[in-house]
Design a protein around this ligand. Structure first.
Ligand code: HEM
Ligand code: HEM
Length: 180
């Protein structure tokens, strides 16, 4: 039996790195897109928000596949004391929704750009040609879906963070310590 003096079994080192790197990249992608419009149009700085957004969004995309592979091969350590079935269900649903978001949201962003033309690799002169034929209507549809999902996930991420803090400060279990 695990007591308060037994160190908690944490997620693997790789899982913890994946989690906190992805968190940082998502937070920076949100931060940069919210800076859009802050700098004067046509100024050198005016391109930074979208380029920063795309850069950190692509970092999320690069991290997600190895992370999912690692997750499928490694079972998370147990929560002590164990969760009630409804708690396990809610956290399981939230986690898989977050994984889906980490995969789908940057892909939607990428295809939004590609529906308008080549992807300019942020802060470089490189371009990745689009596999799509340029299509203004598709560009706008994908962009608005990407924006909607981005808005909905402010709340899902908020719920996830509130859950983590609730476990730590009110339920007083090892959920958060497993991820630190
Ligand atoms: C997890 C990663 C990402 C998140 C959380 C995210 C989130 C968002 C949000 C919330 C907006 C809407 C901002 C607003 O107008 O209020 C947005 C816009 C946009 N994002 Fe992303 N994004 C991500 C990744 C990407 C990637 C990888 C690309 C491109 C390669 C991209 C390209 C765009 C573009 C072009 C827009 C403007 C869409 C439009 O105004 O129609 N995003 N993103
Ligand atoms: C962009 C923001 C975030 C995303 C996308 C995200 C994503 C995820 C995902 C997908 C998992 C599931 C891990 C698994 O079992 O496979 C997870 C677990 C976890 N996250 Fe986050 N996370 C974010 C932010 C945060 C923050 C800010 C905190 C702390 C306040 C946090 C605390 C935790 C904890 C404690 C777990 C383990 C939960 C458990 O195993 O029951 N996360 N996160």
């Amino acid at each position: 039996m695990q007591s308060s003096i037994t160190p908690t079994v944490r997620y693997s080192t790789a899982a913890r790195w994946f989690h906190w790197l992805a968190f940082t990249a998502v937070a920076l992608a949100y931060l940069f897109i919210n800076l859009r419009g802050v700098f004067a149009r046509g100024s050198a700085a005016s391109k930074v928000p979208m380029q920063g957004h795309i850069l950190f969004g692509l970092v999320v995309l690069v991290l997600v596949l190895p992370r999912l592979l690692h997750r499928l091969r490694n079972t998370p350590p147990p929560v002590v004391p164990p969760l009630a079935p409804w708690e396990a269900l809610l956290s399981g649903l939230t986690h898989w929704a977050l994984y889906a978001f980490l995969l789908v949201q940057p892909l939607l962003g990428l295809f939004t750009v590609w529906a308008g033309g080549a992807l300019k690799v942020p802060f470089t002169a490189l371009q990745i040609p689009s596999p799509l034929t340029a299509d203004r209507a598709l560009h706008e549809q994908l962009g608005s879906l990407h924006t909607t999902i981005g808005t909905v996930f402010y709340y899902v991420i908020g719920l996830h963070i509130a859950g983590a803090l609730w476990h730590h400060f009110f339920r007083r279990d090892n959920t958060l310590r497993r991820m630190l």
